[in-house]
Every structure is written in structure tokens, then in C-alpha cells.
Design a protein around this ligand. Sequence first.
Ligand code: HEM
Length: 438
Amino acid sequence: MSVSSRIPSTGWRGVVQWARGFRDDALALTRQIHSTHGPVVQQGGILRTVSLFGPDANRMLLLDRDKLFSAKRSWELIMGRIFGGGLLLRDGEDHRHHRKIMQEAFKTHALESYCERMNPAIADGIADWGSESGTFYAFPAFKHLTLNLAAEIFLGEKLGPEVTQLNRSFEATVAASMSILRLPIPGLEFHAGLKGREHMSHFFRDLIPQKRAGEGSDLFSRLCRAEAEDGSRYTDQEIVDHLNFLMMAAHDTTTSTLTSLMYLLAKHPEWQERVRQESRALSTGPVAYDDLSKLETLTRCMHETLRRYPPLSTIPRVAERAFEFEGYRIPARTMVSIYPIHTHHMEQYWTDPFQFDPDRFSEGRAEHKQHSHLWVPFGGGNHMCLGLRFAEMQIRAVLHQLVQRVRWEVPAGYEMPVQEAPISKPKDRLPLTLTRLH
Ligand code: HEM
């Protein structure tokens, strides 16, 4: 194949369209751009931003066999000043070293102990759901629940009055990481985010001596004790940076998935009932880590939710060197992005991609296995989500209890309005009607 440096471009109109449309309907926009221009598309005329579409592009970028791409450079542009030092904002040997140490806190024995701590906290958190009449807003309710679970599992703290301030600081940091106007001027979102980071960092730093000395099974304590093969450990600053990033990486993504799952099960009550019967048959109480994977129907519904509404609709990198893809030469220092949300809806792979059809993940059909990088809600390669098993555990543990506590519905014809970027969420907070079952 001959190589061309003339990459199809959306032109300047495309840049404007992108800026306006990506946040609100990334799926429609990426489908339109892909069908008009093909699998390699430049945004605008001179901007060094290239979009790649399809599972081959996902594999090339995520596996990065030729060591072309920097995650650090791309994510630093987006959230460097707020979440600097986080695992995703590291490359090469430095990233490998830090990931190896952190893996200790995500091994099976650690997940088992998180699950044990999580179960009573979930029961507590959802105890009054459905007890009041009127509309129940799922998105803020899950935000609140997952923050409390994070305090319990990550920090090992039962948060008292400081939870409100910590919550505010955390919200401010997440909002600021996506701010357009990045100036530390009082009154601006970005300034509030920097303050929030400062507050959280102090909170974490003050606890480090106690966590290092103790034998706690929370994630914070495990990070303090974790060692590389050569015996080296994280410094205090590295622990603070990693915790700040982990809180963010875990919180909004899990909230997003729980909310979308709740929506799809409300739209498809027959599936909600199947999930309920399966949970009842397994146990009417909380379930241990090992048993959660027995919830096969729930697992398929969760995977289908992550296909329809991947919390991260796009994954960016910066090319350190020029490279060739699909007959085009892409220059060094280009921002290159792939789009899980687009790949998850390609008609040539998925049957009726806009339908909720959890059985497409069944062993018999396994549509996602047609290509190694067709279903990529957790990314892939060296930076593949380290919290994948944690996230799946938490989502299953919450749903297992929730589905036995309440039934939920949306009015006939309701369609959830979704903001797909930076992290997928309902624009209307997802109003539901809950009915208590016991
Ligand atoms: C459904 C929930 C989640 C989704 C969809 C998700 C998605 C992702 C994706 C797509 C990436 C890779 C981004 C890239 O390559 O640029 C990633 C990275 C990461 N995620 Fe998650 N995530 C979820 C939950 C979590 C949780 C619960 C944790 C922690 C407990 C976590 C920790 C991380 C970390 C540490 C990384 C960086 C890995 C590295 O750079 O080596 N995530 N996540």
C-alpha cells in the first residue's frame, strides 16, 4: 500500500462542530465523521489532532508495540495540574515501576477484603432508598454512595463532618480537571480545583504516618506498605498523588456505569426481573468476592451497559514519533485519539448495536470476541484499567443488594439524555420511581 501524508480532514467547520457536538453526542458525531472520511481523520486544517476509528486502531494504539505513544503527554494536557503524578500520567519504565507497586493493592486477597468491608457499607448506603415517595434521582444518589464507599475502602475511614468538605474538594478537583479556562484566578472553577487538590492532599498526608505504621487492609494502607521487587516503596508525595488520581479514576466511572445500568434495567423490566431472580437464588444477604462472578445475568447486563455507555468515550495519546496507519503517515507530536463508544456501535460487528441485548456476551454468541479490541471500556495494553476487577466487584455488589431491596421504573417512552464527555452521565440526573420490596 502506498503511503500518503494527506490525511482526510474535517476542515475548520469540523473543528467547530466537534467543539460543540462531542460533549453532547460523541456517538453521533464520531459515526458521522467516520462514515464521511474513513478510519483516519484530521481535525481541522493545521491542528495536529487525528482521530482513528475501529478495532484495529484500538489495538495499534493501546498495545503500542512500536512504543510510539505517550499517555503522559496527552493526559497531562487534560488533567496534569490537578492529577499530576497519577499512574495514567506516567510513561515507560517509570510507569511500569509505579504500576508494579500498585498492583499489590489490587490482588485477589486485597479485593476479597475490600468486598467484605463494602457489603455492610452498601447495605447502610441504600437502606432508605425507596422509603420516600416522589422522584428518586439515581445519578446523585450513586455519586453519594460511591464516595462513601471510597472513604470506607480506599481510606479506611468512617468519615464524620469532614466528609462534606472532602466531598466538595473532590468534586472541585474533578470539575477543574476538565475546565477550559485553566487560570488560578479566585472565582474560576480551575482555582477551586487547585484548592480542592490542596485540601485533599493535606488530608491524605496527615494520615500517612498512621497508615504506614498500622496493618490496615484499606487501599491507602496497602499503598503505604506496598514494595517493588528491589524493596523500594512510594514516597509520601507519590502516595498523595496516586490516591488523588485513584479517587477520581474510580469514582466518576463507577457512578456512570451504575447509573446507566439502572437506566437500561428500568427500560427493560424483564431483564431487571431476571437479575433479581438470579440474585435471590444466590443469596438474600451480601455475597463474597468469589461468588459475585456467579451472577452471570448481571455480569452480561453490566458488560452490555459498558458497551452502550462506556464512561470514557475517547482515549487519547500523543505520538512521540511519526508512524503509518491504514496507508497514512501521521507526524510526530500529533494528538491521536480512539473512540470506544464508536467501536462499540459498529454494525459490521454488533447485531442491532443500538439494542440492549446482554446475551450478545453469552458464550454461544460472544460478539465481543470477534476482535481482541472490539469491546474496550477499560482500555488495553500497559495502561489498561488497573481497577477493572475492583469496578466490576463494586457494581455487582451494589446491584446484588439493590435489586433485592427495590424495583425501579421510568415512564413509558422515556429516553435518558446523555452527556457523553468527559465522562458519560445523564443530563437530567436520571429520575426514577422506586418501589420498596421489603
Ligand atoms: C466502570 C468503571 C471504570 C472504567 C470504565 C474505567 C476505565 C478506564 C480506562 C479506559 C482506562 C485507560 C485510559 C487510557 O488508556 O488512557 C483506565 C485506567 C485506569 N483506571 Fe479505570 N475505569 C474504571 C474504574 C476504575 C476503578 C474503580 C479504579 C480504581 C479502584 C480505576 C483505576 C484506574 C487506574 C489506576 C488507571 C491507570 C492505569 C495505568 O495507567 O496503568 N479505574 N480506566
